[in-house]
Ligand binder design. Structure first.
Ligand code: NDP
Length: 248
């Protein structure tokens, strides 16, 4: 039976690119999204037409009950889970730290950090040998921002990704002996619509000339690293980070 993967935030961007690569590999996929139902369904149709087995689930992962419902829906359809891509995340409009308020900071941390913790929790409960599972692999999507800090733009977002790096390291060690590998990708400057949500749709094009490689990245370039980390070729890799930020 082919492996089952859950990709959070799969309606567009890096999540959608990852869905395309994992479908090519023969994974059965659960694609989560928040608002973009039409795009998630169009992607599911595209992949189904190529023979993939796809389940789409709308769920707001900032809500614990929604995370639980997502995994229960996946259980009913597939009955097992081999891979989790913890990808969903948000960026809020560019702002200096002195202008942030608690409501914004907490919204960002709940969506970017709490949700990834909860998805890891649900995945471990299903994958761990400790719970009778057959093992699995988790890839958390962090950001180069965790290293760079994103001054003058979004230090709150950067801090949320710093937490994802720590989650990755800690969880990887916690479950290393239970059949689960936990790794992380740290993209940066990838051409997606997320930068529009940050208030600057052309941000990657603006910054590209300053990057060592002189260009922004494509979602599929991140997806390829995720696919490798999930797969058997990475069987001895855990607690590791792959930076995909053109040398920055
Ligand atoms: P996009 O904004 O293109 O996509 C984000 C995805 O997350 C969408 O599918 C969206 O769903 C989903 N999502 C947002 N909030 C929630 C929520 N509360 N519950 C469930 N799903 C949610 O972003 P990217 O593809 O650019 O980014 C993907 C990941 O990569 C994020 O974690 C981001 O922080 C990270 N990243 C991106 C970089 C870049 O340059 N693009 C750089 C570094 C890291 P919907 O569309 O249905 O609302």
């Amino acid at each position: 039976m082919s492996k089952v993967a859950l990709i959070t935030g799969a309606s567009r961007g890096i999540g959608a690119a990852t869905a395309r690569l994992l479908a090519q590999q023969g994974y059965r996929l659960c694609l989560n999204y928040l608002r973009e139902a039409a795009r998630a369904e169009a992607l599911a149709e595209e992949l189904s037409a190529r023979g993939a087995e796809i389940l789409t689930v709308q769920a707001d992962l900032a809500e614990e009950s929604e995370v639980v419902r997502l995994f229960q829906t996946l259980d009913r359809r597939f009955g097992s889970l081999d891979a989790l891509v913890n990808n969903a995340g948000i960026l809020l409009p560019q702002s200096r730290v002195e202008d942030l308020d608690a409501a914004r900071i907490n919204r960002l941390l709940t969506t970017n950090v709490t949700s990834q913790f909860l998805c890891c929790r649900e995945a471990v409960r299903r994958m761990s040998h400790r719970h009778g599972g057959r093992g699995g692999a988790i890839v958390n999507v962090s950001s180069a921002a965790a290293r760079l800090g994103s001054p003058h733009e979004y230090v709150d977002y950067a801090a949320s990704k710093g937490a994802i790096d720590t989650l990755t390291r800690g969880l990887a060690l916690e479950v290393a002996g239970e059949g689960i590998r936990v790794n992380c990708v740290r993209p940066g400057f990838i051409h997606t619509e997320m930068h529009g949500d940050g208030g600057e749709p052309g941000r990657v094009a603006r910054l590209a000339p300053q990057l060592p490689m002189g260009r922004g990245g494509e979602p599929v370039e991140v997806a390829a690293a995720i696919r490798w980390l999930l797969g058997d070729e990475a069987s001895y890799v855990t607690g590791a980070f792959i930076d995909l930020a053109g040398g920055r």
